[in-house]
Design a protein around this ligand. Structure first.
Ligand code: PMP
Length: 364
């Protein structure tokens, strides 16, 4: 082997949650429910599935590398021009474009604590360093992030709603932050969960695309649109930044089924509405349960909620697992007393609530 650069050797592979079938096999159980990966419990929209099947009929062809139709539809939806839109293999890939384009050895990027692990990894691969700024009571502290910006800072990631905290930055906080940010820094608003935000004050990065300071908004079809398996997301940005993305991206980074499915999903407004309603109802049920059990939680603008179970969290996680309820433990985030629960179907939420109440002795 050629020498492996130390910054690459130091990385750990992303550990995705195991597929539900594998967990069931390991535990010798069946009928488990997975409330662990912030997926859409409704499944994909039937209209998107139909479009994916249609797209499959053209699999001997290369996709439209420019993604014209989908970019056009996204631009029309958001009142932008097509050259403000870049498609990506999941919104993940936008992070890669940003790092390839803007991070050179010795540069750094700033993100809030518990940042999505891909930020650190992709910044490191480009030779840079990610500086993580502590949250303030599980909220992004934009003042502290501003203080962390140095002369070699090229990117600032603002993940709103934040995963795993579920909290959102307000548009007023963001406007003040942008005013005071020095030049030469791209602000990346990671809005993977923004479709679920119910607070009218919550940041919508789109409103800042025309700002003098460069803002890139990352969005995805993986969550509210239920297409996580298709791998399709997009970036919204000033045209010169999209032009840079087009230089660094692979020619055919999104597939025919992904482009077709996303186009149909975007038009299926009824599905999006149902996704939001089921999420908001599920969150309300979770909050009521946590309050009854005396557990702290962070009111969420996303499709999951973070709760503090206490020193027994690891044991509670295992007991839930054995009863076929899969949630996310937060050990890798150094939050061993916490669990993150994604909203499921009403009957799945009820099952989680019943089992948790039983385990903690609070009655269902
Ligand atoms: N950003 C955040 C904060 C996320 O949690 C995720 C998904 N886990 C992503 C981005 C990427 O999502 P995708 O690549 O599926 O669009």
């Amino acid at each position: 082997l050629p020498p492996i650069p130390p910054e690459i050797a130091a990385l750990t592979p992303y550990e995705p949650g195991k597929p539900i079938e594998e967990l069931e096999r390991e535990l010798g159980i069946s009928g488990a429910i997975k409330l662990a990966s912030n997926e859409n419990p409704l499944g994909p929209s039937p209209k998107a599935m139909e479009a994916v099947r249609r797209g499959a009929g053209r699999l001997h062809r290369y996709p439209d590398g420019a993604g014209f139709e989908l970019r056009q539809a996204l631009a029309a939806r958001f009142g932008l021009q097509i050259d403000n839109v870049c498609l990506a293999n999941g919104s993940n890939e936008i992070i890669e474009f940003l790092c390839r384009a803007f991070i050179r050895p010795g540069d750094d990027a700033v993100a809030a604590q518990y940042a999505f692990s891909m930020y650190e990894k992709l910044v490191a691969v480009a030779g840079g360093v990610l500086r993580e700024v502590a949250l303030d009571d599980f909220r992004i502290d934009l003042e502290a992030m501003l203080a962390a910006v140095g002369p070699r800072t090229r990117l600032v990631f603002v993940n709103s709603p934040h995963n795993p905290a579920g909290t959102a930055v307000t548009r007023a906080q963001f406007a003040a932050f942008l005013e005071r940010l020095p030049g030469g820094v791209v602000v990346v608003v990671d809005e993977a969960y923004v479709d679920f935000a119910s607070d009218p004050e919550a940041l919508n990065g789109l409103e800042f695309l025309g700002h003098a300071k460069p803002v890139v908004v990352m969005r995805t079809f993986s969550k509210a649109y239920g297409l996580a398996g298709l791998r399709i997301g997009y970036g919204l940005a000033p045209a010169p930044i999209v032009a840079v993305f087009n230089r660094v991206r692979q020619a055919f980074n999104t597939s025919i089924p992904a482009q077709e499915g996303a186009l149909a999903a975007l038009a299926d407004e009824d599905f999006l509405r149902r996704s939001k309603e089921i999420t908001w109802r599920g969150l309300r049920d979770f909050y009521a349960c946590f309050e009854r059990l005396g557990l702290w939680y962070a009111p969420s603008q996303a499709n999951f909620v973070l709760t503090r179970v206490g020193p027994r969290a690891g044991e509670v996680f295992d007991l839930l697992l054995r009863r076929g309820v899969i949630v996310r433990k937060m050990h890798s985030y150094h939050l061993p007393e916490y669990l993150r629960i994604s909203v499921g179907l009403p009957e799945e939420n009820a099952r989680f609530i019943g089992e948790l109440s039983d385990i903690l002795g609070g009655g269902a």
